[in-house]
Design a protein around this ligand. Structure first.
Ligand code: UDP
Ligand code: MG
Length: 321
């Protein structure tokens, strides 16, 4: 078990999930055992403070395929997924939530899709979001629209983090040196051939959402800043605009002064504030441009990824023997 590579790794991030854990295992265990492939279930305990850790250890006692990876502190859903990507050993990797909103049975459809269509990614796409509130649906739609624009690739709408990827994708994701990756954007961005499986997303079986507002905002900010320096560039344009406005004010003040209608002290005050304001805004914009460049090069994303090389293909010889 320790040394051999399982065919499938199922990665589950868990944060304070003691209420759903027993139900999750009850449904997952017979399903995985009935799949007929070797597997490991990698639970990433994202620094839970409740009895999750204890329940996991208990379950692992008579379940050798259950692997526990415990993070020292709560690092967030995407960071927990990153840990799972690094630790999983399977030839295929499925990520799934612990709260049974994503039905485990759909994994069988993922595997079928991968066998039939020879793809590297199978997205689970929610065919019905009626279990979500109106606010969540609307903000989600805005999010996916914006992200399609920024990433420049087709982001499957309503695809969360329930998906299957091949080992090639896992290695490509792990090779990205950037932090704060948003999996639902990075994986489409990599550009591997993909398929989609539609499923109905259920309600959370127990407990409450572990995604509070601040975590949701974090995801939105990470999504935008990972793919765009536009907010930083905004500083340049604001700086230019502010600079022009300041020039206009300064000229206006001088004209008023020359016309002799100025209150004593007013012109010099406007001049001082205007000139300094303009210089500051322009410098800030300039700084923004440099920070944007630094940011982009610090991500060190690969310029390209090779999907196929005939040299690696045993059935296709391009060179005479
Ligand atoms: N989760 C996590 N760390 C966090 C927040 C959430 O590992 O800081 C896990 C959580 O246990 C669940 C998954 O991420 O397995 C999705 O979270 P949740 O179901 O609460 O989000 P929602 O479905 O409400 O968007
Ligand atoms: Mg959920």
């Amino acid at each position: 078990m320790r040394t051999e590579q399982p065919a499938l790794s199922v990665v589950v991030p868990m944060y304070d999930e003691e209420e759903v854990l027993p139900m999750f295992f009850e449904r997952m265990r017979p399903f995985l055992n009935g799949l007929g492939t070797s597997y490991e279930l990698v639970v990433v305990d994202d620094g839970s403070r409740d009895r999750t850790a204890t329940l996991l250890l208990e379950a692992a006692r008579d379940w050798p395929q259950l692997r526990i990876v415990r993070l020292l502190r709560n690092s967030g859903h995407q960071a927990a997924l990153s840990a799972g990507f690094r630790r999983a050993r399977g030839g295929f990797l499925v990520t799934i939530d612990a709260d049974l909103q994503d039905p485990p049975e759909v994994i069988a459809e993922f595997l079928a899709a991968v066998r039939e269509q020879d793809v590297d990614v199978v997205y689970g796409v929610r065919s019905d979001r009626s279990s979500d509130t109106w606010v969540k649906r609307t903000t989600a739609r805005m999010y996916y629209r914006l992200m399609c624009r920024l990433v420049g690739e087709e982001i499957p709408f309503d695809a969360g983090d329930f998906r299957l990827v091949s080992r090639r994708v896992v290695d490509a994701v792990n090779a990205l040196p950037e932090d704060g990756r948003v999996f639902r954007l990075v994986i489409p961005w990599l550009g591997f051939p993909s398929a989609q499986v539609r499923y109905v997303r259920a309600e959370r079986v127990a407990g409450t959402t572990k995604y509070n507002l601040s975590k949701m905002l974090r995801l939105a900010f990470d999504s935008v800043t990972a793919f765009s320096a536009a907010p930083l560039r905004l500083a340049t344009w604001l700086g230019l605009l502010g600079g022009l406005l300041c020039c206009a004010v300064v000229i206006g003040a001088l004209v008023v002064k020359l016309a002799g209608q100025s209150i004593p002290g007013w012109t010099s005050t406007v001049l001082a504030v205007g000139v300094i304001g303009a210089i500051q805004l322009l410098c800030l914009g300039l700084l923004g441009e440099y920070v944007a460049r630094l940011f982009q090069s610090s991500q060190r994303r690969p310029q390209f990824l090779v999907g196929y090389d005939s040299l690696d293909d045993p059935g296709h010889h391009t060179f005479p023997e």
